[in-house]
Write a new protein. Structure first.
Length: 332
């Protein structure tokens, strides 16, 4: 599966050049359909775990902060109540590694689903895109290794600069050798099945085990809804005017991030969430041909989108509050 994360900011491309409504509002208004309320399907636990796997991702870095000795703190106070730290290094090469790790987590959030309790480095991945996610992580390993190499190349000079800047707070024991510093960086991952049946069979109290899995699945189901809510809320907020009526800055990423969610939703919808699917379809219909440049310049379009996405936000909040039932299949 290949996902295009590029975004064309050309209004002629994205506003639907040549369509009757393109010059007026930047996109063709979808026909409004009467609201219908289909029965809410429960989440079947077995379906989720047949369609998805767990992904554990672990990143490590060289620590570049240490606690500052209270002997070096001069203050008229009880030092037991005071804490301070020092930066061991400051260099662009290390910052680039931190930035890349942040970008990796953002990329994983676009393809995978955060796990219950938002455990760091834990995700739910739909089985059809395991290969895609694995390839992305392999690619990221190469990118990160190159960044680590660049950092190690300047490590000695950065340490010398720190010695001069820290003065009496410098401690050579805080700095490992370059080889040891390199080994502090790692990117590791592992895919694993959920092992639902094995865990329940191993539990003396089956109801307790089931209760844990129900709670976990409820959070997995809610994670996609909350991610959609976050993106739509941000879009609606940027479309709304300031208190004084002035127009807010509108970045292309505001639409791009929501569009990426929409494009990957079907494959990530491991809970068969029809309610969320209906709202995603509504959002898709409204932004499928919207260019950020058009949104910035066309107030009619801006106001229309603001009203639409405010309604979508309200509907999503109601949907999240209502929740969905979670059931075990009879043979579980």
């Amino acid at each position: 599966m290949e996902i295009d994360l590029s975004f064309d900011d050309d209004p002629e491309v994205l506003a639907g050049a040549g369509s009757p409504d393109a010059d007026e509002v930047g996109f063709a208004q979808p026909a409004m359909q009467p609201a219908t309320r289909a029965p809410v399907r429960p989440i079947r636990i077995r379906n989720i775990f047949d369609n998805a796997v767990m992904l554990s991702v672990r990143t490590t870095r060289l620590g570049v902060r240490r606690k500052l000795s209270t002997d070096l703190i001069s203050i008229d106070a009880d030092k037991a109540m005071i804490g301070a730290s020092k930066a061991l290094l400051e260099c662009d090469e290390y910052t680039a590694i931190v930035r890349a790790d942040t970008e990796l987590r953002a990329a994983l959030r676009q393809l995978a689903i955060p796990t219950p309790n938002n455990l760091i480095g834990q995700y739910v991945v739909a089985k059809p895109i395991v290969g895609t996610v694995d390839s992305m992580l392999v690619s990221w390993t190469g990118k990160r290794s190159a960044l680590v190499d660049a950092f190690i190349n300047v490590y000695e000079s950065a340490r010398e600069e720190a010695r001069m800047r820290l003065g009496v707070a410098y401690d050579a024991a805080d700095y490992p050798t370059p080889d040891a510093a390199r080994r502090a960086f790692a990117l590791e991952w592992r895919f694993a099945d959920f092992g639902l049946s094995r865990e329940i069979e191993a539990q003396t109290d089956r109801e307790q085990a089931r209760g844990r899995w129900v709670a976990a699945v409820e959070e997995i189901a809610t994670a996609l809804r909350e991610q959609f809510l976050e993106l739509c809320t941000h879009l609606a907020e940027r479309l709304a005017p300031e208190a004084d009526g002035s127009v807010k800055m509108f970045r292309a990423s505001t639409i791009k991030n929501l569009q990426t969610f929409i494009d990957t939703f079907d494959i990530r919808n491991v809970t068969d969430d029809d309610q969320l699917g209906a709202l995603v379809t509504k959002a898709r219909d409204y932004i499928r041909r919207v260019a950020p440049a058009t949104v910035r310049s066309n107030m009619v379009l801006r106001d229309s989108l603001a009203a639409t996405f405010s309604n979508i936000v309200a509907d999503t909040q109601t949907m999240i509050a209502s929740g969905r039932a979670v059931v075990f299949d009879e043979n579980e």
